[in-house]
Ligand binder design. Structure first.
Ligand code: GLV
Ligand code: MG
Length: 362
């Protein structure tokens, strides 16, 4: 038997905070990863508050086994001594099959649970992983006397996780979102790549061979090729599953830090398909994500124009030779709502959007 829908609104431990009924739409264009056990990186964290939507203390992959405890302790110290203001603090705990994760949770929730917004859980395979974390968090929240529930974010990085994507999103009211984990996912799927995110020159389609005058086909002629997106299928599934459950999808890491152009392209594909943000592995990627995941001034201007022209939102109008109707005005409302959320926390964007001339009412 599945749980009654009503049970989802009751805490999973006596004294734990009431579960959220909706996940707040807080801007999270860039989730900037830092290793809290690396003194050089840790020292930079307080200065980054206000410059990035999310700072994430990473305890999992990229932290060496002998440094796991130092990273966990480093995160406790940074969280205690830093005022995060408008910036969210997230963490990525170790995977559920590791010897470190229990200490991660039993340390972080009582020590800094009141400062943490979201706990990212890697290598999630199915709803059972979320149920385990859900109950444990409720017990720890109750013990620590927290007054708001921690949210949970799952990384989509196993074949089974992709197969179970809808049930993972539905597994708990704590579910805040999903990130694509292209590196682990490639390994788990036995893809033949060796990269962290991004495209691959071998994954392409080729233009048809031209014909010669005798009607033969010239297979040896020069032909254009077009690189395809290895991640399209997974991101599209992730976007649908998240939208269906009222939670948020994210592109994950893009490992080629120097290739800012290709990074921007991958992030933009994700934005256009419905993602709200991406990971940043280096400060240069924060600027890319902030730019890509904020609607352009042109898009906001056009969206406002359509909304104004559509009046009550029904019927159809022609704008610049293009038909707009009930469905396109809904797309425009998504764009304007996102612009309003971002303008509330980003003064430069607010200035840019405020400078758009008012649109005449219909
Ligand atoms: C991220 O964790 C990845 O595996 O890509
Ligand atoms: Mg991974």
């Amino acid at each position: 038997m599945t749980r009654s829908a009503k049970d989802f609104f009751a805490p999973l431990a006596v004294g734990a905070p009431a579960p959220l009924r909706e996940i707040p739409a807080r801007p999270s264009r860039a989730i900037h990863f830092f290793d809290p056990g690396n003194p050089k990186m840790a020292a930079k964290v307080p200065g980054m508050v206000g410059t990035v939507d999310v700072l994430l203390g990473n305890l999992e992959d990229a932290v060496k086994a002998e440094n796991k405890e130092a990273s966990r302790q480093g995160l406790v110290e940074i969280a205690r001594s830093t005022d995060f203001g408008p910036t969210q603090l997230w963490t990525r705990i170790n995977s559920l099959d590791s010897p470190w994760v229990l200490d991660d949770l039993t340390t972080l929730v009582p020590e800094i649970g009141h400062k943490l917004d979201v706990i990212m859980v890697p290598k999630v395979q199915g709803a059972e992983d979320i149920h385990y974390v859900d109950r444990l968090l409720a017990q720890l929240e109750a013990k620590a006397g927290l007054d708001r529930p921690l949210q949970v974010h799952a990384i989509l990085e196993t074949a089974r996780g992709v197969a179970n994507i809808e049930e993972i999103c539905a597994a708990s009211p704590r579910m805040q979102g999903l990130s694509l984990g292209p590196a682990d996912l490639a390994a788990d799927r036995r893809m033949k790549t060796t990269r962290v995110g991004g495209g691959h020159p071998g994954y392409l389609v080729r233009q048809d061979a031209p014909r010669d005058e005798a009607g033969g086909t010239r297979y040896d002629a020069a032909r254009a090729t077009y690189q395809q997106d290895l991640w399209h299928y997974t991101i599209a599934r992730m976007v649908d599953a998240c939208a269906m459950h009222g939670i948020y999808p994210y592109y994950g890491p893009f490992g080629d830090i120097a290739d800012t152009v290709a990074c921007e392209d991958q992030f933009r594909n994700a934005f256009l398909l419905g993602c709200v943000g991406a990971w940043s592995l280096h400060p240069v990627q924060i600027a890319i994500a902030n730019k890509v995941f904020s609607p352009s001034v042109e898009d906001v201007a056009h969206a406002r124009r359509v909304i104004a022209a559509m009046g009550d939102g029904t019927g159809a109008v022609m704008i610049d030779g293009k038909m707009e109707d009930d469905a396109s005005v809904k797309q425009c409302r998504v764009m304007v709502a996102l612009a309003d959320e971002l303008a509330a926390i980003d003064p430069d964007l607010r200035k840019a959007y405020d400078a758009i001339p008012d649109q005449p009412e219909a």
